[in-house]
Write a protein that binds this ligand. Structure first.
Ligand code: SF4
Ligand code: SF4
Ligand code: FES
Length: 222
């Protein structure tokens, strides 16, 4: 077992566990987008950033879903630095996918009230969930990433439905952008908030005001 400290709590985790998994075992919620416990980790979205304390006044921000636990590690999951970094990341993601209900819900729960970046709907946050699901769960590989930099996108070979596709619909189901389209027509400062007051939200009985997305049925279950 590896001994480490998360948010001031001394804890133990199995060797090979990630900081995200160790934190969740302690009931600490860290927001994620490209992580799924049934798939390989990818470390693309950076929403799961945590602060790793490295000595007096020294620390670094690292993606907890790819960071293995280490002996003596000191982790902060909700420091001001972490919160600010997550806010900027979420702003950038919403600027590229403003109609994602998952992202808009996260913004509402994190108290994000303005998107300062230019909004250009790309319909994909390049989280890779669909690609990994197709390959790892369906053993299909019908879709993949093509292009580089700004041109990077998910596509099928030659733009046609590949023979390997099993029409399972899993790639759509798992996608945080197409899974739940935000139906509100008008965005204000890049944000929606249209459904926030329509459905009574079931929050945790001991709400700690974490930044996790809360839907009408409470927190997303991982
Ligand atoms: S629908 Fe086709 S492309 Fe999508 S996950 Fe299933 S097999 Fe892969
Ligand atoms: S299509 Fe959806 S699941 Fe696939 S990479 Fe883009 S945002 Fe992620
Ligand atoms: S959830 Fe860790 S980088 Fe996306």
């Amino acid at each position: 077992m590896v001994e480490l400290t998360i948010d001031g709590i001394a804890t133990k985790a199995l060797e090979g566990t990630t900081v995200l998994e160790a934190a969740r075992q302690q009931g600490i919620i860290i927001p994620t987008l490209c992580y799924d416990p049934g798939l390989s980790t990818y470390g693309a979205c950076r929403m799961c950033l945590v602060e790793v304390v490295k000595g007096k006044g020294r620390s670094s921000l690292e993606a907890s879903c790819t960071l293995p636990v280490a002996r003596g590690q000191v982790i902060l999951t909700g420091s001001e630095r972490v919160k600010k970094a997550r806010m900027v990341i979420l702003e950038l993601l919403i600027a590229s996918c403003p109609n994602s209900k998952t992202l808009q819900d996260m913004a509402a729960n994190m108290g994000l009230n303005k998107i300062r970046f230019k909004i250009k709907d790309k319909g994909c946050i390049l989280c890779g969930l669909c690609v990994r699901y197709c390959k790892e769960q369906m053993q299909s590989g019908g879709i993949g990433f093509v292009g580089r930099g700004n041109q990077r996108r998910v596509a099928t070979a030659f733009g046609v439905t590949p023979e390997e596709c099993r029409n399972c619909g899993g790639c759509e189901f798992i996608c945080p952008v197409c899974e739940n389209a935000c139906l509100a027509g008008q965005l204000r400062d890049g944000l929606c908030g249209g459904c926030q007051n329509l459905v009574p939200v079931e929050t945790c009985p001991i709400c700690t005001h974490c930044s996790e997305s809360v839907g009408p049925k409470g927190h997303k279950v991982y």
